[in-house]
Design a protein around this ligand. Structure first.
Ligand SMILES: [Zn+2]
Ligand SMILES: [Zn+2]
Length: 248
């Protein structure tokens, strides 16, 4: 299986990566001293909001005394198998994610992806790892404007440690209204047929990678597209999960 070539980065992204890395030993959150390998200082690392009690299927945060599954997962069968997400959408992770996506602060990738990698190690201790990683694609226009696809960067980082290939040229995304602020029914309508197939991944077990999972509409639509190609098992790997009815 061919591993896809590195995505093209614009000079603006190289510029931001360079300057992000020069203040490496200073914690970008509290400006205290930090380690170059962890990026954040220990105090900030400990303060990151990890997912607590949540839905067994889609990892939506649930009130303590609630059932094992959220309302959506009780109502219908999700098209994916497992969902591995370490963080909940609360500060400082919510701010880190915004700065990463909209401000190009790629330095925040390392501490977030590192925790996802730990969660994956834990999850797949007694389970089969997926055969390929597929990052949720961006529409080419948005990719050009932003200069990077954060899902692709997360996927490549995980691929480096696991050896699982990234297939970033299988799926094309059409342009759609941004999902931010839309209700669940609008999100579902907005994502309908949003993906089209460029080439079949040729494997049975795939991990879909995204930065944040809100209602799950986007990854579910991608699952449906991939299932048409013979993919049987789909796992979702994300950095952050939002609470119920929270839209970002
Ligand atoms: Zn700090
Ligand atoms: Zn659920």
């Amino acid at each position: 299986m061919r591993q896809d070539s590195q995505p093209t980065k614009t000079p603006a992204v190289y510029f931001r990566v360079f300057f992000d890395q020069t203040d490496f030993a200073i914690c970008p959150l509290c400006k205290d001293k930090s380690s170059p390998t962890t990026v954040l200082c220990n105090k900030c690392l400990i303060s990151l909001p990890v997912l607590g009690w949540c839905c067994e299927k889609c990892r939506e945060p649930l009130p303590e005394a609630n059932s094992l599954f959220c309302r959506q997962c009780q109502k219908y069968e999700r098209p994916f198998n497992d969902c591995i997400i370490p963080f909940t959408y609360e500060p400082p992770v919510s701010n880190m994610l915004k700065q990463l996506k909209y401000g190009g602060r790629l330095i925040y990738l390392r501490p977030l992806v590192s925790r996802l990698a730990d969660s994956l190690e834990n999850h797949y201790q007694d389970k089969e790892w997926p055969q390929a990683i597929i990052p949720v694609p961006l529409h080419w226009w948005r990719l050009r404007k932003r200069g990077f696809n954060q899902s692709n960067l997360i996927a490549r980082s995980i691929s480096k440690t696991t050896g699982i290939p990234v297939l970033s040229n299988c799926i094309k995304k059409r342009r759609a209204t941004p999902q931010r602020g839309l209700a669940l029914s609008e999100r579902k309508r907005n994502t309908k047929n949003i993906f089209s197939l460029k080439r079949a991944p040729g494997v049975k077990h795939v991990a879909i990678v995204d930065d944040v999972m809100t209602t799950g509409s986007t990854v579910e639509e991608l699952c449906r597209t991939l299932k048409k190609t013979g993919v049987q098992t789909l796992d979702i790997w994300c950095l952050v999960r939002t609470p119920a009815h929270y839209t970002v």
